[in-house]
Design a protein around this ligand. Structure first.
Ligand code: ADP
Ligand code: MG
Length: 682
């Protein structure tokens, strides 16, 4: 067996499971080695039940005190209760809908139980749906894997164990040059991977991760360097005259200082004769579209067309309306191309574009279709850049002759980080909101406030406003090991049949077809849906000024920056808006995050704090949207490594600019692979 062997031939896998693995993008043994745990459990048992910490995950070693009691509860659900003891204190285990567990809980036998320890109404200790294991796991740090369908984390754990039984260090070729491993005191690849899955200790886990993060960030930096270099060689369109002043005359408002600065940075690019490659970063509501419109205006006046692509129909329509408003009174003609336009409408728009009658095409992916032709495409703009792959940007650009590219992103990250992370782009930052915005009130409450929150929402709905409730999960079936998280599907069902029966409740989540998502979003933005229960998918740029309440369930599950994105969905109209975080997490980290979040609405300040608060210990945290998706590194917690990678990359390239030396051959291979990956849709 080697790393290229198909996963199917691994002991314990077989054809059916191989298919399940494929769904997780695991095809070979090597893929499985890189399928890293998403979290870890420390199975070192607490000293006693009595002394174990409450409300957080822990491991308890206990003997089954009496046979389990199985009963049926409301909705036909199966309830299994079992008392266990450490000889001093009784702990009650509770399992829902687990028909097999009762057989395993044999009186007198001792097991390890892992889960969140709670105090019940009578002061006793209980654990809901703990994981259990035999005593041989005592003291082990165990991996937790992302699961899919029938593949549980425990099964994946077994398969990975089998992998390591069959592979020696010689079977896993090293991917970093020996001189770097020595110079920076890194673990060899094989050891690093093994410790990532089955760490001997926290220190070993830290070292393993350090090695993999080092490699990922180094390759990332080197790749960006080559991508940027290849881009800057080509010749581009030179705009002879800047029309910014004329554009501002037509605007219904005065530009902010930040907007003016970004507009002039862009105007300078457009006059250079090289294709612009710029990221425009600005908090939600900072007025990115007005900045983009200035560039569109100048291009149009110089005889060039622009294309503005957004990830969803709702967003495309929104931009279309905004541009029409901004260009009112000018002779700029905007057209809209989306999948749901009628054939006749599309034909008309395409006709206008191909002869140059229309100056701007706003649209979705529909813009990429081959029959969308431009007369003279000079500028390509994509909104919410993380939704588009480099490839799609390139496909749009290919409709012109090396047009300028502007990428807009609403994810504030500290400027220094932005410069590094978006190494292939120049960066302009809108760090100022237009004046006169309504302050949003933010509160953090625990779940005992639920009824009051519902009443609060109803009051707003009765006044004609709309509200969001955001959940961390799509479906309770989705994650067996997070039984106490709120799921959008179940909550939407519950509310629409109960508390909010008199109102129109909608459901939105990431597993819906994109046309269905669009339908729901449209109906919310048209006011038809009053209360939208959703997962974080809603965070991308939607503008529904009538929405004034944002409730976030299990707020501890979201990073600061993500909370900020969510809050940005409200406070966009003339009505007072309120954001409410619900969380029962009393941990220090969550508490600090909530404090910061309630105290400020400045996205860049929040991003800085996020960076500060997420110490290197918290590397098992959640994914951020809008960032390059690293497999292992996290640009926030690993920001220091990111700087280091930049320096090291520069050092390597100064000696070997094209990575042609034999000792750098392994780097070159990885870099080529990453560039190819970049160029495929990401
Ligand atoms: P975002 O950066 O989130 O994309 P938009 O470009 O959608 O922000 O702008 C949000 C709203 O603010 C729009 O309605 C826009 O017309 C308005 N706006 C933009 N710039 C200004 C300004 N300088 N003064 C007042 N309103 C502005
Ligand atoms: Mg926007």
């Amino acid at each position: 067996m080697n790393i290229n062997s198909p996963i199917q031939y691994l002991k314990g896998v077989g054809e059916a499971r191989a298919k399940q693995f494929n769904k997780l993008d695991v095809y070979t043994v090597g893929d499985l080695l890189y399928f890293l745990p998403r979290a870890y459990e420390n199975w070192a048992p607490e000293e006693s039940i009595h002394k174990a910490p409450l409300f957080t995950n822990c491991c308890i070693s206990a003997v089954i005190a009496e046979p389990p009691v199985v009963s049926r509860i409301s909705g036909g659900r199966l309830l299994t209760k079992c008392n266990v003891t450490d000889g001093e204190t009784i702990l009650t285990l509770i399992f829902f809908n687990n028909p097999y567990v009762a057989d395993k809980l044999k009186e007198g036998e001792e097991f390890l139980f892992y889960g969140k320890l709670n105090r019940n109404l009578f002061g006793g200790r209980e654990m809901i749906a703990p994981r259990m294991a035999s005593l041989q796991y005592s003291g082990k740090i165990r991996p937790v894997y992302r699961q899919s369908g029938k593949l549980s984390s425990a099964m994946i754990e077994n398969c990975v164990r089998n992998c390591f039984k069959n592979l020696t260090a010689a079977d896993v070729p090293e991917t970093l040059p020996q001189y770097l491993i020595e110079k920076y005191d890194l673990l060899p690849l094989y050891d690093a991977l093994k410790q990532m899955h089955f760490p001997d200790s926290n220190e070993e886990l830290f070292k393993a991760r350090r090695r993999l993060v080092f490699e990922e960030l180094l390759i990332f930096r080197l790749s960006l360097y080559f991508i940027k270099e290849s881009g800057s060689l080509s010749e581009g369109i030179r705009l002879n005259k800047d029309y910014t002043d004329e554009y501002t005359q037509y605007l219904p408002f005065v530009l902010t200082k930040a907007q003016r600065k970004c507009i002039s940075e862009i105007a300078a690019d457009l006059s250079l004769g090289k294709p612009m490659n710029r990221l425009l970063q600005g908090d939600v509501g900072s007025g990115k579209t007005a900045v983009a419109a200035a560039a569109i205006y100048s291009c149009a006046k110089n005889g060039y067309q622009s294309a503005l692509m957004a990830p969803t129909e709702v967003l495309a329509e929104q931009h279309y309306r905004t541009l029409q408003k901004l260009f009112e009174g000018t002779d700029i003609k905007v057209c809209l191309i989306t999948g749901s336009k009628t054939a006749k409408e599309k034909r008309e728009a395409k006709g206008q574009l191909s002869v140059g009658e229309a100056d701007v095409a706003v649209g979705t992916h529909a813009l990429l279709q081959s029959d969308v032709e431009f007369n003279r495409l000079g500028l390509v703009i994509t909104d919410e850049q993380h939704r588009f792959g480099v490839n799609q940007r390139a496909a749009l650009s290919a409709k012109g002759d090396n047009p300028h590219v502007l990428v807009m992103s609403a994810t504030p990250i500290p400027r220094t980080l932005a410069l590094i992370v978006y190494g292939d782009l120049d960066v302009s930052i809108l760090d100022e909101l237009p004046p006169g915005r309504q302050e949003i009130d933010t509160y953090k409450v625990d779940s005992s406030y639920r009824q009051r929150i519902y009443n609060f929402i109803k009051k707003h709905l009765d006044e004609g406003r709309q509200a969001y409730i955001i959940c961390p999960l799509i479906d309770t079936d989705e994650e067996e090991d997070s039984p106490d998280l709120t799921a959008a599907k179940q909550l939407a069902e519950e509310l629409s049949e109960g508390e909010f029966k008199q109102y129109r409740v909608g459901l939105l989540h990431g597993k819906m077809k994109s046309s269905d998502k669009d339908k729901i979003m449209r109906s919310f933005s048209e006011g038809e849906i009053q209360l939208l229960v959703s997962t974080v998918v809603v965070e991308v740029g939607v503008d529904v000024p009538n929405a004034t309440v944002m409730v976030i369930e299990n707020a501890e599950m979201f990073g600061l920056s993500q909370l900020h994105q969510l809050r940005g969905r409200i406070g966009r109209g003339q009505h007072k808006s309120t954001c409410i975080l619900i969380s029962d997490d009393e941990g220090e980290n969550a508490k600090q995050r909530f404090e910061v979040f309630c105290a400020t609405t400045d996205g860049f300040e929040i991003a800085e704090k996020d960076l500060e608060l997420r110490g290197p210990g918290d590397f098992l945290g959640k994914r951020q949207h809008g960032m390059p998706q690293f497999k292992i590194a996290d640009i926030f917690t690993d920001s220091k490594s990111l700087y280091a990678a930049q320096r090291i990359a520069e050092g390597i390239l100064s000696l070997d600019p094209k990575l042609l030396r034999p000792q750098n051959a392994v780097l070159k291979m990885s870099v080529d692979r990453m560039i190819a990956e970049f160029q495929r849709a990401n």
